[in-house]
Design a protein. Structure first.
Length: 500
């Protein structure tokens, strides 16, 4: 069952606003964020978002590979910033800064003249698979994990770079850093995203240069590191003129890995002290884990394939990257191609009405990474277990939801064991927080309270880091999260034993 809590109300017009460029693997948006105070009490402070531009994103086949149409993507960013400038000016506000977050691991290659030499490859391209074994011959996986603490995924940046043919004279910029470079002319690598490359020292918080050297890569292949809250630079004159913003508008580093920004906005506040929480950033992928002060670099952690990524304020995002709602969105795409376009709410309602205990799949199986007839892939995976899954959208949807919830529960239990932590509550943020069936099943299978929301956690974390850098917000993560709690409706799900 679920209940709702309401935020404090109030708004102050005028003053500074913050532009969040928030791009996921399937869509992007530019959002204006306002941090304001209606009074002096902490419960009267809040943060508010206004989406000013949305645009699609997705991989395309270029030159025989799956790539991002980065030129089109950057054009949409500029449209969004122009919309932000227009909306802010109409309300008597000024855009104080811009923050950028995207998905992780992918990069563009830029030459000395600052030109992007090719459209960036997508992690969904299979090119890096062949590079895994050669990398591991040079760098033992146990040694890699003992330094980077990074979960093994065949598309990690380290394997992508090892598949490149010629990097002479080129520099690698992760996708949000590439956008920031084109806006400011400044080359930097934001630390939370750097920690996803497989070339970052999880303890030292610096590049693991010995790994770059071992792979024959230059130590300066990536630009210098920058931390969330530090300024990258100000807009180039031609960019400022094009989008209608002052040239002194700053681009500020945020948690540029979208999960880092999302976790910064997890509404984890306890009345009696620090809340022991797990989080699920639920979207195309599911990022499931704990927030820690120190990485867990044990062999048991490596065998469980957990990752240690940087968060805002030097925290560690101890998590596993799991399959997510990509499975359902790809099913919907296939069904639409076949002429069947079920409305999502109706589809989930029909799935919820089905009895528990149906077939499940492993949502982490690399078999599901590439796009192509996902309903049949899921049914084939079930057949390999000796069971049969009917070719019915509601039944396939229920299989996806049951499989994700079961995966979440396993991952949280493993994280508790490996990090020697006990979790009291599970926070679900991102698009999946709107999926009542998935949230309820997660509560049922974990046996823990689930707090769902906010949907736009990534943009909130982005805006809050910018606001703190500008002096519009203060304190640590607890204070920033308090703004989220008091600003958004949160839905609470408790376990229903009758559903198990």
């Amino acid at each position: 069952m679920s209940t709702s809590a309401s935020p404090a109300q109030g708004r102050v017009d005028g003053g500074s606003v913050f532009a969040a460029v928030d791009i996921g693997a399937s869509s992007g948006r530019v959002i204006l964020g306002r941090v304001h105070t209606a009074g002096t009490g902490s419960r009267e402070r809040s943060v508010e978002l206004e989406v000013v531009h949305r645009f699609p994103n997705g991989v395309v086949e270029i030159d025989g590979g799956l790539r991002w149409d980065f030129d089109a993507l950057f054009a949409e960013v500029l449209k969004g910033l122009a919309a932000a400038a227009t909306v802010a000016a109409a309300q008597g506000e000024q855009v104080a800064s811009i923050g950028i977050d995207t998905w992780a691991v992918d990069y563009g290659l830029v030459n000395k003249a600052g030109e992007l030499v090719a459209q960036p490859f997508s992690y969904r391209d299979d090119r890096s698979r062949a590079a895994v074994e050669p990398v591991h011959r040079k760098l033992d996986p146990a040694r890699l994990y003992g330094t980077t603490g990074l979960q093994f995924l065949q598309f990690n940046t380290i394997y992508q770079l090892a598949s490149e043919k010629n990097l002479d004279g080129l520099q690698a910029l992760l996708i949000p850093d590439l956008i920031a470079f084109l806006l400011t002319g400044q080359r930097r690598t934001e630390a939370t995203n750097a920690s996803t490359t497989g070339l970052f020292d999880a303890v030292a918080g610096e590049w693991a240069t010995e790994f770059l050297t071992a792979l024959g890569l230059r130590k300066d292949l990536f630009p210098p590191l920058i931390q969330p809250g530090e300024a990258v630079g100000t807009l180039l004159p031609e960019i400022a003129a094009q989008v209608g913003l002052p040239q002194d508008t700053r681009v500020v580093a945020v948690g540029s890995h979208d999960t880092a920004s999302a976790v910064a906005a997890v509404p984890a506040i306890a009345d009696d002290g620090e809340e022991n929480f797990a989080y699920i950033s639920s979207g195309t992928w599911s990022l499931v884990g704990l927030e820690l002060k120190h990485p867990v670099l044990t062999e048991a952690s490596r065998e469980a394939n957990f990752t240690n990524e940087r968060g805002v304020d030097g925290t560690i995002r101890y998590l596993r990257n799991m399959g997510g709602l990509w499975l359902l969105s790809e099913c919907q795409r296939t069904w639409a191609q076949e002429g069947f376009r079920p409305e999502l709410t109706a589809l989930l309602t029909a799935a919820a009405a089905l009895p528990p205990g149906g077939p499940q799949i492993n949502p982490d199986d690399p078999y599901f990474i590439a796009p192509d007839n996902m309903p049949e892939r899921i049914r084939a995976a079930v057949r390999r277990t000796g069971e049969v899954l009917p070719d019915d959208p509601a039944t396939i949807t229920r299989c996806i939801m049951d499989s994700l919830a079961a995966g979440y529960a396993r991952t949280i239990r493993d994280a508790e064991r490996l990090a020697d932590r006990t979790v009291d509550v599970v926070h679900v943020v991102g698009g999946g927080s709107q999926n009542r069936l998935l949230c309820q099943l997660t509560a049922d299978v974990t046996g823990k309270k689930v707090v769902a929301g906010p949907v736009e956690a990534t943009a909130l974390g982005n805006v809050l880091v910018q606001a703190r850098a500008a002096g519009e917000a203060s304190g640590g993560l607890a204070e920033l999260r308090a703004l989220v709690v008091h600003s958004h409706n949160l839905r609470v799900f408790v376990p229903e034993l009758s559903r198990l």
